[in-house]
Design a protein around this ligand. Structure first.
Ligand code: PMV
Length: 328
């Protein structure tokens, strides 16, 4: 395989899991214990350029205009090693990446980040991967990145090994008016990485086996809700699934939580709005920020409530986003 002689750029969007991935069967290959399902979001994305260059002695990574130290770029170098092995090359690379996402605050920057890196690096290394294989490659960087190859609703089938654990599209063009309102409560880095949190849940939460079973049922329920455009079932099941994932952190030993006081305040407000008749639901990943699922017609009401409480800059309206784009 011959690397390209010019940089390749890829753009990938984040996704919000409606059925969460929480726990690995294989830590090395990132094979999950349960299948997951997500919605790709248009507002948050990563753009990454990669060029393999014979004159380099190490990989260099420029992240939002800062040159990363070797230590900070270790995860990227480890990922590039996977790409190099696939392509049969040893050449080092220049990586330039821009994140249009608050990094590591539970807005899934690792999803868009590793999806974009997988797309740019594989093409720059001379590989032409189909989207399934691209999703398998992205998985090696971060589990949630597996799903960010596709637009709209996507699923990651857990599989049992590297070949069978990949994402596939469920409905890339979302023809109903579903929106996700991101509530950015903090951009601080999370205290417990998803990797550590998952490991702790698998090893110590007595609820873990129940999670694996119930998330499987949630997957089927949401798949059916998407097919029948049943927003309330989709929203309700996503919220339940998120809370069950967070119950794993609370029931781990030692226990911990990604909630902060504002997350709890936001959840209470969503329950109030719902009790007053607005169909809105929340979900939350490995950080305190909340995503509110609602239909476009209700977005102005929901947004104005949250803008009043948390400030206008904290509330970002997102819609279903596109899959990965790779350009020379
Ligand atoms: O891909 P990771 O290691 O950042 O883990 C993602 C974990 C969650 O965001 C909480 C759930 C998910 O499926 O995206």
């Amino acid at each position: 395989m011959e690397p390209t002689n010019h940089p390749i750029t890829a753009k990938a969007h984040t996704n919000i899991a409606l059925v969460k991935y929480w726990g690995k069967k294989d830590e090395q290959l990132i094979i999950p214990q349960n299948s997951s399902l997500s919605l790709t979001l248009d507002e948050f994305y990563t753009e990454t350029s990669v060029a393999f260059d014979d004159t380099l002695t190490t990989d260099t990574v420029q992240f939002d205009d800062h040159l990363l130290s070797a230590q900070a770029s270790q995860k990227i170098t480890t990922f590039l090693d996977v790409v190099r092995e696939l392509a049969g090359i040893t050449t080092r690379a220049n990586v330039i990446t821009h994140n249009h996402v608050p990094t590591a605050a539970g807005l899934a920057s690792s999803a868009s980040g590793f999806a974009a890196l997988a797309g740019a690096a594989s093409r720059a290394a001379g590989l032409t991967l189909n989207r399934r294989d691209l999703s398998r490659l992205a998985r090696r960087g971060s589990g949630s990145a597996t799903r960010s190859i596709y637009g709209g609703f996507a699923a990651w089938q857990m599989g049992e090994d590297d070949q069978t654990s990949y994402a596939y599209p469920i409905a890339e063009q979302v023809d109903w008016d579903i929106v996700a309102i991101a509530l950015v409560l903090t951009t601080a880095q999370k205290k417990v990485s998803s990797r550590d949190g998952m490991r702790l849940a698998v090893n110590t939460s007595p609820f873990y086996p129940t999670w694996v079973q119930s998330s499987q049922a949630d997957f089927k329920t949401i798949e059916t809700a998407i097919a029948s455009r049943d927003f309330e079932t989709l929203g309700h099941t996503s919220e339940q699934n998120a809370m069950r994932m967070h119950a794993l952190t609370l029931s781990s030993d030692p226990s911990f939580s990604y909630f902060n006081a504002d997350s709890l305040k936001a959840m209470a407000l969503i329950r109030e709005l719902r009790a007053a008749g607005t169909a809105c639901y929340f979900t939350m990943d490995a950080g305190p920020n909340i995503k509110i699922l609602c239909q476009g017609q209700d977005a102005p009401t929901v947004m104005s409530q949250f803008q009043q409480v948390f400030g206008p800059e904290s509330v970002v309206l997102t819609r279903p986003g596109n899959g990965i784009q790779i350009s020379d």
